[in-house]
Design a protein around this ligand. Structure first.
Ligand code: URA
Length: 433
């Protein structure tokens, strides 16, 4: 078999066999097929797509490129969730303690942020002492004992995805539906998830910008999960502005505490309760969405969910005192107001631009090896639907960099302010199961 022939086959719109996909992924992981040939194949896939069967074969080739975690030692039905990536997306921090409060084991394997999107592991590392790398034994033991654990993906799981993702990032092939589906589902399957809720983000801050594309991705991932015996639901949620009011690592930890205390933003709380409800249904606690939603709301109002979050922090070695005093979280040296040049209603905020601005302030990485500043980020003061006067504050930039004028410029450009408010707010678009 030759890589050249497989590139030609896909370039001409033909369908690849399982053995050919395995050959390509194995060759890439073992450094036998060079980046330029893999890049060419990725571009051919970007334009010609993959069938469902090819996508499943690609998913399994990536799963088999590394270790596969067997979570069968965990008692009960474990649930996991995964977001396709967004800005201000701190849903995992909320749903983990919330669903675990029901006695459902939540075994969460999370990633770090890349580009304009954030990652749960980076956010948790804002908490002093919090350990984000648990051994497999510790992870399983904690889930059995406390019904919850979170860890970062080890280097041995899906090395094929890590290499492919890095190439996609620099060859403009990230936003391909079969490539996103195989990337996400391979990680969930290799990391042992038995029941999965996918938060498929759509809009300016997501990789996919239209609802039709998001639905297609959701359908494909649900079919892959169910086809591999992992019961999977997908919830299509809005990412046309940052979720909640905080973007950045320590900022988002603070906001997760607010949601768990019943003082969260409406969009954030609605999405978190919806995802958590489907996790609770998959975990067998309820069979009715409305009942699940109400019960989870009660767990927030009674303080149970926040206590569970506190417990998680202590179990994983962190200091929970910041929950009562946010000043104990990392603080930036500069907090700069960005003010509006005009009066009117905020009709949209380009979330990708907000994510990029946060990254420039130090909250994210431009390349995988960059260090991040946990105190950096953005507090949104005005969100879509709000009215503001000229010179009123739109948001506050938190940074340790002396010069943040470029980020301020980008964020100003992300706001569309008009005389009338002409948008219909919607947080959840569809459920695919
Ligand atoms: N998240 C992933 O893990 N992979 C993708 O391809 C896109 C988002």
């Amino acid at each position: 078999m030759r890589a050249y022939d497989l590139i030609l086959k896909k370039r001409n719109g033909k369908i690849l066999e399982k053995e050919e996909i395995d050959f390509f992924i194995n060759g890439f992981v073992n450094n036998e097929i060079p980046d330029y040939q893999v890049s060419a194949l990725l571009m051919a896939i970007y334009f010609n797509g993959l069938t469902k069967r090819e996508t499943i074969d690609l998913t399994m080739a990536i799963v088999n490129s590394g270790d596969i975690i067997d979570l069968s030692e965990i008692q009960g039905i474990t649930v996991d969730k995964h977001s396709t990536g967004g800005v201000g997306d701190k849903i995992s921090l909320v749903v983990l303690p919330l669903v675990s409060s029901l006695g459902i084991p939540v075994a969460k394997i999370s990633g770090r942020g890349l580009g304009h999107t954030g990652g749960t592991i980076d956010k948790l590392e804002s908490i002093e002492g919090f350990k984000t790398q648990l051994s497999k034994e510790k992870f399983v033991a904690n889930v059995n004992k406390y019904k919850m654990a979170i860890t970062s993906q080890s280097a041995d799981i899906t090395p094929g995805d890590r290499k492919l993702y890095a190439l996609r990032d620099v060859t403009a092939t990230v936003d391909s539906i079969p490539l996103i589906a195989s990337s996400i589902m391979s990680k969930k399957i290799a990391s042992g998830a038995m029941r999965i809720v996918l938060d498929v983000k759509v809009g300016s801050g997501a990789f996919l910008k239209t609802i039709d594309e998001a639905k297609e991705l959701a359908r494909l991932m649900v079919d892959i999960g169910n086809g591999l015996n992992r019961k999977t639901f997908a919830v299509i949620t809005d990412m046309n502005q940052p979720l909640g009011y905080e973007v950045g690592n320590a900022n988002e930890i603070k906001e997760a505490v607010k949601v768990l205390s019943g003082q969260g933003a409406v969009d954030e709380t609605t999405v978190a309760l919806t995802i958590a409800s489907y996790m609770a249904i998959l975990g067998g606690a309820f069979d009715n969405f409305d009942i699940a939603y109400r019960n989870l709301q009660d767990l927030i109002l009674s303080g149970t969910a926040l206590n569970k979050f506190k417990e998680l922090i202590v179990i994983q070695g962190g200091r929970p005192d910041f929950i009562d005093d946010f000043n104990l979280l990392p603080q930036s040296k500069y907090n700069i107001s960005v003010k509006s040049d005009e009066e009117g209603y905020v009709n949209s905020i380009n979330a990708e631009k907000v994510g990029l601005a946060a990254m420039m302030l130090g909250a994210g990485r431009k390349t995988k090896n960059d260090l991040i500043d946990h105190s950096a980020g953005i507090t949104m003061i005005k969100k879509v639907g709000d009215r503001g006067e000229k010179n009123e504050e739109l948001c506050i930039l938190h940074t340790n960099f002396l010069n943040s004028s470029e980020a301020a410029h980008i964020i100003k450009k992300s706001y569309v302010i008009e005389k009338e408010f002409n948008k219909k707010m919607q947080y959840i678009y569809d459920i695919i199961q």
